[in-house]
Write a protein that binds this ligand. Structure first.
Ligand code: COA
Ligand code: AMP
Length: 632
């Protein structure tokens, strides 16, 4: 069957489609049906089934004869280390860790925050939680203590599992002071913290609170898998919204297992036993779905890579890993390829490695520009597949499903909707626009299994953020269009979210931080176009009347404030002082126009603008930063 047949078979009977997909999962009690309508646009999948994620990702492969297969390959060019863990070893390690957590009181439903770099122990911690039915929330290492504190207060974890440090090419990231700072700042206090000591930095444990990863596992009884309901939360993953309060995306167990397992063959075209590599971080959704869960659920070997596309040690590191570990399907962000292309435009490093194992490359996390795709196609000589998804959905909304059928690639498009997604392009009034016209991208409810059923502790926010604007639809927050062949084009966000090097960030959150600077009266943060990272944040500060401090001093402090409060990952370095911000007569800051000015793009002066002269002042302010160049 081709793509169209499969999509139509889903559309004509979604219940049957997903019940059949669910047969690939081991259930302690099979679900009686797939979809459960909770009313008000809320849905759950496989709610009355009983299953366990860790069983499906680990134990069942041991039972089915894959025990000696390598489950995880750790390749860390930063520490010059490689390690392999078989499924049977993984089962034993995870069962012991889960046993130790249980001995300290962690039970089904308890939250556990995981704050770890790209080491196999991060996956083991996730799987140990899943084994007990505890709900993990992984926090990306590039976030500052304050962001961790916000997540601690929202998730209220019984325990935090952290490493002593992370390693960036230019520095050691001291996790322990960040952890301590976050626990101090947070109102909620965890019962205990487990610290994995890395040899690059041994942290001092806090007496009475911290236990050593190895020490606390000594002599404990390994834990068995605890069956949980299909609608039991497997994890919470916080993602940027419009404010400084991140959204806690909830993932339910049953749908997560079914959907991710389905994608491995149908989208990524791998068979159990094949090697799959997603070069992302466990702190992001790509890391959850495609470093940890999907490859393991499907019986693949997954690669945990602690390194960067360039500089660890060179622009050939991706090709070395693919060739050495016989990777069949490779997933990364376009920004990583742009970084490699910039260092090695002619692909000299590509020629040094045997890449005959590689069947396809997948790109997501941000818009894939045609130049980058064409460069990758010409260098690697395999299909380069752009696919579009979000933290909220957990797997691709649109893709070119190579395991079903290789559809023609259209540059600039992540191809077509996957089964489960009825994607519509709507105007402000909620009416569908014509093919080729821009609009808000919405998905007809219900969303498929594996997508978010709600936000943690915030059902009303879930409804207002996603369901209210277009009744009967999930609002993606992306704008774009559909062509006459049904291919989607994702053009921009409709909210304050920006995408910096494939990292999703909130300009609203940065504005909240900047407003706290004592000299700042008002501010705006926009996302400007960057040839490497896709977008970069740029801040505009209006200082309090009477503030006569040198502007560069205030700017320096503002940059430091964002780094200290949100983290280095915000990459907030462009900032300037202006007298006033351009606004509409009703006081709304004209951020979209500011973006156009900074990007040197053509724009129309908005009819509602209060004082058009301010636009010239904005142009003058961003020119010294290297922006506002005339359109080419
Ligand atoms: N822990 C601590 N700090 C981190 C971090 C982590 N896990 N990840 C990034 N940072 C820091 C970086 O060290 C850098 O700090 P600096 O300002 O002191 O230099 C800052 O955050 C910005 O990092 P990044 O945006 O990654 O930029 P970079 O210049 O270090 O690297 C790329 C540029 C393109 C190589 C890199 O962004 C990259 O590999 N991107 C791919 C992203 C990706 O896989 N996204 C997942 C979505 S699929
Ligand atoms: P995240 O939740 O971090 O995965 O970010 C999701 C957002 O990244 C989406 O809403 C899009 O704005 C953007 N995005 C992800 N993949 C793509 C893609 N293939 N093309 C265009 N934008 C994308």
């Amino acid at each position: 069957m081709g793509y169209k047949d499969i999509y139509d078979s889903w559309a004509s009977n979604p219940e049957d489609f997903w019940m059949r997909a669910a047969e690939a999962i081991d259930w302690d009690k099979a679900p009686s049906k797939a979809l459960f309508d909770k009313g008000e646009g809320m849905f759950e999948w496989f709610a009355d089934g009983m299953t366990n994620t860790c069983w499906n990702a680990v134990d069942r492969h041991v039972e089915n004869g894959r025990g000696e297969q390598v489950a995880i390959i750790w390749d860390s060019p930063i520490t010059h280390t490689k390690r392999e863990i078989t499924y049977v070893e993984l089962r034993n390690r995870v069962a012991t860790l889960a046993g130790a957590l249980r001995a300290k009181g962690v039970e089904k439903g308890d939250r556990v925050i995981i704050y770890m770099p790209m080491i196999p122990e991060a996956l083991e911690a996730m799987l140990a939680c899943a084994r007990l039915g505890a709900i993990h929330s992984v926090v990306f290492g590039g976030f500052a203590a304050h962001e961790l504190a916000v997540r601690i207060d929202d998730a209220k974890p019984k325990c935090i599992i952290a490493a002593s440090c992370g390693l960036e090419p230019n520095r050691v990231v001291h996790y322990k002071p960040l952890l301590d700072g976050a626990v101090d700042q947070a109102t909620h206090k965890p019962d205990f913290c487990v610290i994995f000591q890395r040899e690059q930095e041994v942290a001092t444990l806090t007496p009475g609170r911290d236990v050593n990863w190895h020490g606390f596992q000594y002599g404990v009884e390994p834990a068995e898998c605890v069956p949980v309901e299909g609608n039991h939360p497997a994890y919470i993953l916080y993602t940027s919204g419009t404010t400084g309060q991140p959204k806690g995306v909830v993932r339910h167990t049953g749908g997560h297992l079914v959907a991710l397992n389905w994608t491995m063959k149908n989208i990524y075209n791998v068979e159990p036993g094949d090697r799959f590599w997603a070069a992302s971080d466990v702190g992001w959704v790509v890391g959850h779905s495609y470093i940890c869960y999907a490859p393991l659920i499907h019986g693949n070997t997954t690669i945990v890579f602690e390194g960067k596309p360039i500089g660890t040690p060179d622009a050939g590191t991706f090709w070395r890993v693919i060739s050495e570990h016989k990777v069949k399907s490779f997933f990364t962000a376009p920004t990583a390829f742009r970084a490699v292309k910039r260092e090695d435009p002619k692909g000299d490093f590509v020629g040094k490695y045997d890449l005959s194992c590689l069947n396809a490359v997948y790109l997501a996390g941000e818009r894939a520009d045609p130049d980058t795709i064409q460069w990758a196609q010409s260098q690697l000589k395999v299909p380069v597949i752009d696919h579009w998804w979000q933290t909220e959905t957990g797997f691709a909304i649109a893709a070119n499903p190579l395991g079903i059928e290789e559809l023609p690639v259209k540059l600039g498009s992540p191809s077509v909707p996957m089964p489960g997604y009825d994607v519509r392009i709507l105007d402000e009034g909620g009416h569908e626009v014509k093919d080729g016209e821009l609009g808000a991208i919405a998905i007809k409810l219900p969303l498929p299994p594996g997508t978010l059923p709600t936000l943690w502790n915030a059902e009303e926010r879930f409804k207002s953020a996603y369901l209210t604007h277009f009744p009967g639809y999930y609002e993606t927050g992306d704008a774009g269009m559909k062509d006459e062949d049904g291919y989607l084009y994702i053009m921009s966000r409709t909210d304050d979210v920006i995408n910096v090097a494939g990292h999703r960030l909130s300009t609203g959150a940065m504005e909240e931080v900047l407003s706290n600077h004592p000299d700042v009266a008002e501010c705006a943060v926009i996302g400007v176009t960057d040839p490497l990272k896709g977008q970069l944040p740029m801040g505009f500060l209006c200082l309090n009347a009477g503030c006569d401090r040198p502007h560069d001093e205030v700017v320096k402090e503002a940059v430091k404030l964002v780094r200290d409060q949100i983290g280095p990952v915000a990459a907030f370095k462009l900032c300037t002082v202006v007298d006033r911000l351009p606004k509409t007569r009703s006081g709304k800051i004209l951020r979209a126009t500011m973006v156009k000015i900074a990007d040197g793009a053509e724009f129309k002066t908005p009819a509602t603008i209060d004082d058009p002269a301010i636009l010239g002042e904005i142009r003058e302010a961003v020119t010294p930063l290297g922006y506002a160049k005339e359109p080419a």
